[in-house]
Design a protein around this ligand. Structure first.
Ligand code: SAH
Length: 489
């Protein structure tokens, strides 16, 4: 029996704006084909054995052609799978969901469309710009600014847009902004009309630049606004003065590290987010593929040199094969290597790709894999460890000790990378100090100010060689928040 393909909108970026239906489908999917512009952690609820396939664009890498995506969805559907095609915003608003639906219908594969909150209403709302307003705008138009170089030019009717009695919202509008604004003015739209650019709307780094139609291109250039960004042209843009809310929050634009795993800490994370902070919770559970890094690409050119290959998760296996495919390699590149899998799920993922693992430990932890590898000759040999960027170094260290030359290839990154740029690290107890140090190893953020809940915690931090910048006056979560806010203001 055929499966079903779900064309699912993941919303504009804030994970809280994903629909209940989208989360439900992600949780049951056999396979998820996803784009770059999906919210952080959107795939966290996927089944551990779900196939996660990245089909978005990567700078400098030719993207998977649209027909091929359609084809892969059709194939997966025909295999009887439940397939989620996850896209940023809404799948039918500049999302090419229509084309995918057509390909599926043509092939007789059943589909369902799950709308998402489109950036045109979400980023604007988060910027405090109502796209319609009784006094200002009775209509709104979503327009493509055609920043996508792959799209053939389809000339917009600038006369009609200039006359349009309402708000114009341009998607993909940054690159061609100067030409587009000039064309609108040329066609008769008032250069004094309020305008705004909203960068990374609804996300932690949201930024809004205000100007007029006549000056917006220059402002965007000066402020170096980058995609994803929307351009809004209309009287409603000036309502932001009254209605802006997100960017006014006291910790907006600040990144704060919180140690996960205690009920108390998650309450802290929530409150910090409510105050506008970009919160990094560690140790993390978020998985973010990053098969496009130089490290990974380099390793893919040397696959034949490795005599031992260690895989520490089913996701790692999938991403390794994706990276291999992108590099024009196939399973034969691994022909000479001994392959070790950390557990049966990883071994299964390998088996699905025609590779039988040589080594599988009884317990699924790095230490057990180290033991299981005791018999394998590694001295002077090249070893590839493919895993999450934040994983502990137990395995590579043990192999190096035995004289192996180990390449650790991080196939997916997590919050550790984001933590590097943190403005604050919070410690709510001595154990959070030790846990965080273990999670981060030598990658403790260099420039973050450390906020401690009280003298005992501060002492533990200092003993670990950290400098405490702020200590709470009241030794509880509220006291810590007050101290952080005072320091940030
Ligand atoms: N299907 C998506 C749009 C995809 S086109 C949707 O419904 O939202 C990609 C363009 O959408 C970007 O170039 C940008 O103009 C806009 N966009 C997507 N997410 C955005 C965000 N978080 N903030 C601002 N603009 C965004």
């Amino acid at each position: 029996m055929n499966g079903r393909v779900y064309l699912v909108g993941a919303g504009p970026g804030d994970p809280g704006l994903m629909s209940v239906r989208s989360l439900e489908l992600i949780a049951i999917a056999d396979a998820i084909f996803y784009d770059r512009l999906i919210p952080p952690g959107a795939l966290a609820g996927a089944r551990p054995d779900a196939e996660l396939v990245y089909v978005g664009k990567q700078p400098g890498v030719p993207s998977v052609p649209q027909e091929e995506i359609g084809q892969r969805l059709v194939e997966a559907g025909r295999e009887g799978k439940s397939v989620v095609r996850l896209k940023g915003g809404d799948p039918f608003v500049f999302g090419r969901g229509g084309e995918e639906g057509e390909a599926l219908r043509e092939a007789g594969v059943e589909f369902e469309v799950v709308p998402g909150i489109t950036a045109g209403v979400a980023a604007t709302a988060y910027a405090g710009i109502p796209v319609t307003h009784r006094d200002d705008a009775s209509a709104v138009a979503f327009v493509t600014g055609h920043e996508d170089p792959e799209k053939p030019e389809s000339a917009l009717d600038w006369e009609a847009l200039a006359r349009f009695p309402g708000t114009l919202v341009f998607y993909m509008g940054v690159k061609r902004l100067a030409e587009n604004a000039a064309a609108l003015i040329e066609a008769g739209r008032d250069p004094e009309e309020p305008a705004a650019a909203i960068e990374r709307g609804t996300m932690a780094g949201q930024r809004t630049v205000e100007a007029t139609l006549g000056t917006i291109a220059e402002a965007v250039d000066r402020e170096q606004v980058k995609a994803p960004a929307l351009i809004v042209v209309g009287q409603v843009a000036r309502r932001r003065e009254q209605l802006g809310w997100l960017e006014r929050r006291p910790l907006h634009g600040r990144r704060v590290v919180v140690t996960r795993a205690r009920a108390q800490a998650s309450g802290l994370a929530r409150t910090l987010r409510e105050l506008g902070a970009d919160v990094v919770e560690l140790p993390a559970i978020r998985i973010e593929p990053r098969t496009d890094s130089q490290e990974v690409r380099d390793a893919m050119t040397r696959l034949g040199d490795y005599s031992l290959l260690c895989l520490t998760s089913p996701n790692g296996v999938r991403l390794l094969f994706e990276a291999m495919q992108e590099a024009g390699q196939d399973a034969r590149a691994l022909a000479g290597a001994t392959v070790a899998a950390i557990g049966p799920g990883t071994a299964r993922a390998l088996a699905e790709r025609g590779i039988v693992a040589d080594v599988i430990p009884e317990r699924f932890v790095a230490e057990a894999l180290v033991e299981a590898l005791a018999e394998v000759e590694v001295e002077g040999k090249q070893v590839l460890v493919a895993r999450a960027a934040e994983a502990r170094d137990v395995l590579p260290d043990a192999l190096r000790e035995r004289g192996a030359k180990v390449d650790v290839v991080p196939l997916y990154e997590s919050e550790v990378d984001r933590a590097q740029e943190a403005d604050y690290v919070t410690f709510t107890s001595s154990s959070t100090v030790t846990n965080l140090l273990e999670a981060l190893g030598d990658r403790f953020p260099k420039n973050a100010r450390i906020v401690s809940i009280g003298p005992v915690t501060s002492e533990t931090a200092r003993a670990a060689g950290l400098e405490v910048a702020v200590e709470a006056g009241e030794h509880d979560i509220n006291g810590l928040l007050d101290a952080l806010l005072a320091d940030a203001s």
